[in-house]
Design a protein around this ligand. Structure first.
Ligand SMILES: NC(=O)c1ccc[n+]([C@@H]2O[C@H](COP(=O)([O-])OP(=O)(O)OC[C@H]3O[C@@H](n4cnc5c(N)ncnc54)[C@H](OP(=O)(O)O)[C@@H]3O)[C@@H](O)[C@H]2O)c1
Length: 247
């Protein structure tokens, strides 16, 4: 049997490829036969990720997708795509009483606006091949918000709503659009979150994960599946990956 779980002949753009889930996804995609376009804002970090990937599988594009110029530059210079994995994201927890416009923008600009406007730019430039697969990293915070995560949870809920609309609009070209919503995954983002709470609070939270916390490899495997022909009938969904947290 020819496996449908491969990425042979596919070109995949990853935003936020310089760290954590995006970096490991790049490695897995290249090992499954795909070509990867690593996007980020730090050339040195992207070069280090390319070193971990299959030889000759990566191309690097540096631009700032928070600006219209950066998004246009990326959309124009990328090759035609069979896959898009949006991994950029940030988390800045604080109670709502401290919210102001600057704090709101700090999270929503990179978690929601930049990926959405970049998607529009890629569509305008006709960069997605027929039967492409688009994946947006959400979070269980959209369904199980935590105190302090009003902006983070809102940005992820908004991305999930966007995914459902885009899945409808692109279905005519057999293009699939899905979100992946992990709970806590051991990446630099996890380490930054851990530094903001007491050990007791962290231990208490982690004790609720029936299968323990996740690793970037767990999410990268799901990304490979969602990019591959094996998931050809799945669109407009959010795949929750939480080690049993929400049970
Ligand atoms: N780790 C978790 O527990 C967890 C759980 C649920 C969902 N997620 C989601 O999964 C995705 C990947 O997270 P991760 O854990 O892999 O985090 P990470 O290791 O911190 O990586 C985040 C990526 O986003 C980029 N980024 C952040 N702010 C940016 C900005 N203002 N402009 C451009 N790029 C920016 C970073 O680029 P630099 O390297 O240049 O900083 C990096 O490539 C995020 O969307 C996150 O919300 C993570």
């Amino acid at each position: 049997m020819i496996t449908p779980f491969h990425l042979n002949g596919k070109t995949v753009l990853i935003t936020g490829a310089s760290s954590g889930i995006g970096a490991v996804a790049a490695k897995h995609i290249s090992e499954m036969g795909g070509k990867v376009i690593l996007h980020g804002r730090n050339l040195g970090k992207l070069e280090a990720v390319a070193e971990t990937c299959a030889e000759g599988s990566c191309r690097i594009i540096v631009s700032d997708i928070l600006t219209p110029e950066g998004r246009t530059a990326l959309a124009k210079s990328t090759a035609s795509l069979d896959g898009f994995v949006n991994c950029v994201g940030t988390v800045h927890p604080f109670p709502v009483r401290f919210l102001d416009q600057k704090k709101m923008d700090e999270t929503l600009d990179i978690n929601y606006e930049a990926p959405v406007l970049l998607t529009a730019e890629l569509l305008k430039n006709k960069k997605f091949n027929k039967e492409s697969s688009l994946i947006y990293l959400s979070s269980v915070s959209s369904a199980r918000p935590q105190r302090g995560a009003s902006m983070y949870g809102s940005s992820k809920a908004a991305i999930e709503a966007f995914v459902k609309v885009l899945a409808q609009e692109l279905s005519i070209q057999q293009i699939r659009v899905n979100a992946i919503a992990p709970a806590m995954v051991k990446t630099p983002m996890y380490d930054r979150a851990e530094a903001l709470v007491t050990k007791e609070e962290m231990d208490n939270h982690i004790s609720k994960y029936l299968l323990g916390v996740g690793y970037p490899e767990d999410v990268a495997n799901a990304i490979v599946f969602m990019l591959s022909p094996a998931s050809r009938w799945i669109t407009g969904t959010t795949m929750i990956m939480d080690g049993g947290l929400l049970l």
